[in-house]
Design a protein around this ligand. Structure first.
Ligand code: NAD
Ligand code: UDP
Length: 323
């Protein structure tokens, strides 16, 4: 039986990855310090004899008994309001956390994959973004703690690959959505759906002309799985190329939820990227992957998840712990 370590297991993407690797018949060790995660995302996995949870901060030395075949390093605050509140932890998990896990991968002779991000392209001057683009990042701006941590994470991963010949993979993830996003994490989809469900106005930042391209979580997980199983060690974009302005996205959510609230405009956060769309030629050619779930279908499933949550969860405060 293959054994896999998934960091960030109690988060949005980590919880879906744990499910997927269990379905593949692997033994899954989920690791998380719960700083932005939530045990409710994985409580349904706890009775599974092939799953174990290890409460641990990966910026501290990581010890895992037994063999490991794969390590997926997904631990990191991921939403702008999270990493603005906890910038040092964000830098540490990208830098020291990645270093610790690379060391573990070396000892265990495990294949290693990191969750990189479209944010390595910053506010991009090339559109759509190909993997060859080096990016346009403000290192000292408010998003710098996240973007530069992820760029360092890519650099140290490539160094271990070149110097220690470790088997490594880098997935550059574009905006992904689906069930188990945290309603109060400030990302645009839970923000808009949460506002609609609470009967609040929908807050569009700036004039709403900035674009994003939203990928449904099941499509992303399939792309990650294929990349990990491939022999390709350079970065691969995984995302849905369907680009939309945030203003149009607000209209879609208003239609989906039937809310009668209005759109209100708030200041655009500093360094908010103006456009973002993945070029997925590499994923298509190397992995035979492309997204299958339309935004209409993905949003319907996600909305059903949020509206079936107990009402009190709509009003929960941010659950940051450990600092
Ligand atoms: P999330 O906040 O839901 O999950 C991150 C998890 O990591 C949380 O459970 C958190 O508690 C855990 N964590 C953070 N620091 C830790 C530490 N020091 N030790 C152990 N656990 C720690 O975020 P997510 O959306 O699931 O993102 C997961 C990964 O994917 C992140 O690395 C993120 O940068 C990357 N990513 C996500 C997206 C997206 O659209 N969701 C896009 C690009 C990249
Ligand atoms: N956004 C918005 N209203 C909100 C939350 C976010 O208009 O209540 C905008 C935000 O400024 C950005 C886009 O939606 O342009 C996506 O933001 P998110 O935080 O989801 O992801 P990221 O900026 O990291 O792509």
């Amino acid at each position: 039986m293959k054994r896999v370590l998934i960091t960030g297991a109690a988060g949005f993407l980590g919880s879906h990855l744990c499910e997927r690797f269990l379905k593949e018949g692997m033994y899954v060790i989920g690791m998380d310090n719960l700083i932005t995660g939530d045990m409710r995302n994985i409580e349904h996995l706890m009775p599974d004899p092939n799953f174990e949870f290890n409460h641990h901060d990966v910026t501290k030395f990581v010890h895992v008994p037994g063999e490991l075949d794969y390590i997926l390093h997904f631990a990191s605050p991921a939403s702008p309001i999270d990493y603005l509140k906890i910038p040092i932890q964000t830098l540490k998990v990208g830098a020291m956390g990645t270093h610790n896990l690379l060391g573990l991968a070396r000892v265990k002779k495990a294949r290693f994959i990191i969750a990189s991000t479209s944010e390595v392209y910053g506010d991009p001057l090339v559109h759509p973004q190909t993997e060859e683009y080096w990016g346009h990042v403000n290192p000292i701006g408010p998003r710098g703690c996240y973007d530069e941590a992820k760029r360092y994470q890519e650099a140290i991963t490539m160094a271990y690959h070149r110097y220690h010949e470790l088997e490594t993979r880098i997935v550059r993830i574009f905006n992904t959505y689906g069930p188990r996003m945290r309603l109060n994490d400030g990302r645009v989809l839970p923000a808009f759906i949460g506002q609609a469900l609470r009967g609040e106005d929908i807050t569009v930042f700036g004039d709403g002309s900035q674009t994003r391209s939203f990928c449904y979580v099941d499509d992303l997980v399939e792309g990650i799985f294929r990349l990990l199983m491939s022999d390709y060690s350079l970065p691969v974009n995984i995302g849905n190329p369907g680009e939309i302005t945030i203003g149009q996205f607000a209209e879609e959510i208003i239609k989906l939820t039937g809310t009668t609230q209005k759109v209100v405009y708030k200041p655009l956060p500093q360094d908010d990227p103006k456009q973002r769309q993945p070029d997925i030629t590499k994923a298509r050619e190397i992995l035979g992957w492309e997204p299958k779930v339309s935004r209409e279908e993905g949003l319907r499933i996600t909305y059903d998840y949020f509206r079936n949550l107990p009402t009190e969860r709509l009003y929960e405060e941010s659950n940051h712990r450990g600092f």
